[in-house]
Design a binder for this molecule. Structure first.
Ligand code: SF4
Length: 108
């Protein structure tokens, strides 16, 4: 299912440097796995790479799409449950999701 990327490799995550080897499901894998759970998601018509790009412009655009998403809360909850380490889910970056988990703020 997933692809193993080496530290610093470029791929589905658009050149994000990773500190160690780990499996990273492709964007297509993620979308296929979640399609039935997140029907109506606002990002279905967007470029999925935008959600993993990490550049400020891409992050802003992805968050704007999430802001109008009818399944945002469910998306965020699923990402928190899975411990998604990369990408924007539920309108939050990975760092923002870690903050939510650290602070125990309920995912709205
Ligand atoms: S909250 Fe964002 S990433 Fe999640 S399904 Fe909606 S648009 Fe896609």
């Amino acid at each position: 299912m997933g692809t193993i990327y080496r530290c610093g490799s470029r791929g589905a995550l658009g050149g994000v440097r990773r500190p160690h080897l780990h499996p990273v499901p492709s964007v297509a894998d993620r979308l296929n796995a979640e399609r039935h759970e997140l029907a109506g998601a606002a990002c279905t018509q967007a470029d999925p790479e935008m959600f993993f790009d990490g550049t400020p412009g891409a992050v802003d655009m992805a968050k704007q799409i999430c802001g109008s998403c009818p399944v945002r809360a469910r998306c965020l909850r699923l990402a928190l449950e899975r411990g998604e380490a990369f990408g924007i889910f539920g309108g939050l970056t990975a760092e923002e999701r870690r903050d939510v988990q650290r602070k125990g703020v309920p995912a709205a």
